[in-house]
Design a protein around this ligand. Structure first.
Ligand code: ZN
Length: 242
């Protein structure tokens, strides 16, 4: 009962999501939390919304969820993202878009905060990409741990006194004297050079955070991206993972 799987940036990649759920279940996970961007880029937006609704998990809103579910101008996105946002709008039902629009920007989960981008202004969709960004972000973090996504790069920052350290460990032991800002990476479109799906397991009893990678059939998703007419670059990106 103590283990929760935290994942983000599924990006309409159903095969990756299914295998992450399977892997987490095998690890004894009984609860799930999704940090947003359920949709966008990938070819299975409707199936991913349905699967996450079935999981009955905590889910917060990402920028793609927001832009797909609202009638917002897409000029700030690059060409491939714009094409996928427009395609996704057409391939989700009105009730699915209403559900995405209803998601909160942040949630508190016990002594942890969950957010897609940053806590101080979650709707601005800023990126925490390095220790400098992390130090600023942690100024508005009032809980010992904050889990986030958005960059598609798994990483843990630890605030020890005034110093922010990047922790290289695959299993982070939470020290109650320090503060943590932890990115679970991306299920459906990793960008750290490793194409396997990324997520974390937080064990509240042991006070550990374990980073996990899960192989899935990348080629089949890349083929589906091409066959539904989404940009070729989105298929390539699953393989290069950058
Ligand atoms: Zn994303």
């Amino acid at each position: 009962m103590s283990k929760i799987a935290i994942f983000s940036d599924v990006h309409a990649n159903l095969p990756a999501l299914e295998l992450v759920i399977e892997d987490a279940t095998e690890q004894g996970v009984t609860r799930f939390a999704c940090l947003g961007d359920v949709v966008g880029y990938g070819p299975y937006p409707s199936d991913c919304v349905t699967r996450i609704q079935e999981l009955n998990c905590i889910c917060i809103k990402g920028n793609h969820d927001e832009y797909i579910s609202a009638d917002k101008n897409l000029d700030d996105f690059n060409e491939q993202a714009q094409a996928s946002l427009e395609w996704s709008r057409k391939n989700l039902s009105d009730s699915q878009k209403d559900w995405l629009a209803s998601l909160p920007y942040t949630r508190r989960l016990g002594r942890q905060m969950l957010v897609h981008a940053t806590l101080d202004k979650p709707e601005a969709w800023d990126y925490v990409r390095n220790s400098f960004d992390a130090a600023i972000a942690m100024k508005t973090q009032n809980t010992p741990i904050c889990f986030y996504g958005h960059t598609h790069v798994p990483i843990s920052y630890e605030l020890n006194g005034n110093k922010v350290n990047v922790l290289p460990e695959k299993v982070v032991n939470i020290d109650p004297n320090n503060k943590y800002l932890i990115n679970c990476g991306s299920v459906g479109q990793p960008r750290d050079g490793e194409p396997k799906a990324s997520y974390i397991i937080y064990d509240r009893l042991e006070q550990t955070v374990s980073f996990r990678r899960v192989a899935y059939d990348i080629q089949s998703v890349a083929d589906e991206i091409r066959s539904v007419g989404l940009p070729e670059k989105l298929a390539d990106r699953l393989i290069t993972a950058c």
